[in-house]
Design a protein around this ligand. Structure first.
Ligand code: ARG
Length: 459
């Protein structure tokens, strides 16, 4: 039985009923809906709609339903209720009879769904934060284990300047820290309860909305009911943050796919997260990373989808808004799965110190150091850059690295070059010189690792 039968003479079309129903996906809001319904029933006592004992009967029936759901959430799907709110009300009435019909006094499914969804978002944000912190820890530990592995850093996928594997790890740590800060910021905005907004203009009953808000774990109640039932900004924000978070994970995946390629051979992925080819016995494919990279697309899709659903939508509630859930639920599951998978992948990689170092040595990635050396000897940088470039050309011609050129060759290009050029352009020197804030110098990186270990309680 629908919650709105009275005004209707005809039956709903079967296909429309199915088309209109959200139960198959909003059933996961059951616990949030029960939490909000219990809080609402208590407010109804203060508003003199329910007696204390009626409220107690309603509350224990709701808690009984919660237990039933916890035991088997999918059981709900067997019913043909329109949505989770209807399912809970119908089942409450089955439990306590006509008394259950009093619970919806002064509230609407419009403020109910806005409240449930905010509660759900708050919960999933806390889960996501834990998963991000967990991945942060894996990055710090991996950095610590590989702090002296030198490898090439890239721009335009061309070897650019030497870095360390630890430094690469710590760059992702920064991204994950911003992901945390975005979610924490959203938690502040989401912490305002819409319950008591009614359909759109507030409730006609004497409800202390701030008190109601506090009882559900919110900090306060919203200020304008028309906005409260229309507002899905937090869904847009969460999906934007999920998109940014997935973008980070997709770049991480792409980097590792490349590092793991036969061409780079910087790392080896564990057998436990790779798969073979049905035809080519030699293959070990980075499926887990490719899936993370690929799954980024569906999260972006959900973000665009909610923005388009809400664009130009008139105030206040419109059924279009039921389309806010599937993309959100799917995206948050995807983001959390990918965070866990990224931890698993990183925990089990084998870093190939030798080939990382060789690639860094072969790459002329110390040519900036020659230019800087010349600058120190009084040559303007633009000119120094040109000399260094010519030396690179010469070294390429001689199939040598810069460090292997004879001093006489160096001096042909600039008379200020002396023997100390060699100690200035070693990989070690390249790294050590960059000790200013944020630079790649091993001391700086070790410092950073220690600071992060302290912050994350890693012993
Ligand atoms: N299932 C609906 C949704 O997810 C709940 C709100 C229904 N409100 C209404 N006025 N029909 O948006």
């Amino acid at each position: 039985m629908a919650l709105w039968g009275g005004r209707f003479l005809g039956e709903s079309d079967k296909f429309f009923k199915k088309f209109n129903s959200s139960l198959s996906f909003d059933y996961i809001l059951a616990e949030c809906d029960i939490l909000a319904s219990v809080a609402w029933s208590r407010s109804l006592v203060e508003a003199c709609v329910l007696t204390e004992s009626e409220q107690k009967r309603i509350e224990s029936a709701l808690l009984f339903l919660k237990q039933k759901i916890l035991n088997n959430a999918k059981e709900i799907l067997k019913s043909n209720s329109e949505d989770i709110h209807s399912w809970i009300e119908e089942n409450l009435i089955k439990e306590v009879g006509d008394l259950g019909k009093k619970l919806h006094t002064g509230r609407s499914r419009n403020d109910q769904i806005a409240t449930d969804l905010k509660l759900w978002c708050k919960n999933i944000i806390h889960v996501t934060l834990k998963n991000i912190i967990n991945l942060q820890k894996v990055f710090v530990i991996t950095a610590s284990n590989n702090h002296n592995v030198i490898m090439p850093g890239y721009t335009h996928l061309q070897r650019a300047q030497p870095i360390t594997f630890a430094y690469w790890c710590l760059s992702y740590l920064q991204m994950l820290k911003r992901d945390v800060s975005r979610l924490e910021d959203l938690l502040k905005r989401i912490d305002v309860s819409p319950l008591g907004s009614g359909a759109l203009s507030g409730t006609a009953w004497n409800i202390n909305r701030d008190k109601l808000a506090l009882s559900m774990g919110f900090s306060s109640a919203t200020n304008n009911s028309l906005d409260s039932v229309s507002d899905r900004d937090y869904v847009v924000e969460l999906l934007s943050f999920a998109s940014i978070g997935m973008m980070h994970l997709s770049r991480f995946s792409e980097d590792l796919i490349f590092f793991n390629s036969n061409e780079a051979n910087f790392i080896e992925l564990s057998d436990s997260i790779t798969s073979g080819s049905s035809l080519m016995p030699q293959k070990k494919n980075p499926d887990a990373l490719e899936l993370i990279r690929g799954k980024c697309g569906r999260v972006y899709g959900s973000m665009i989808s909610i923005l388009v659903v809400l664009k130009s939508l008139p105030l206040s509630y419109n059924k279009d808004m039921q389309e806010d859930k599937e993309g959100l639920f799917d995206s948050m599951k995807t983001w959390n799965d990918c965070l866990s998978m990224a931890s698993l992948i990183l925990k089990n990689i084998q870093v190939n110190n030798q080939s990382c170092r060789k690639a860094a040595e072969k790459s002329y990635s110390n040519s900036t150091e020659i230019a800087d050396y010349l600058v120190k000897k009084g040559i303007p940088f633009r000119k120094a850059h040109d000399i260094s470039g010519k030396l690179v050309l010469r070294a390429i011609k001689e199939k040598k690295s810069l460090n292997d050129l004879d001093l006489s060759v160096f001096q042909k290009y600039s008379s200020v070059i002396e023997k100390d050029i060699y100690s200035n352009i070693t990989l070690k020197a390249c790294l050590e010189k960059r000790f200013s804030q944020g630079g790649v110098s091993p001391d700086q990186v070790l410092n950073e690792i220690q600071k992060e270990k302290n912050r994350l309680n890693i012993i």
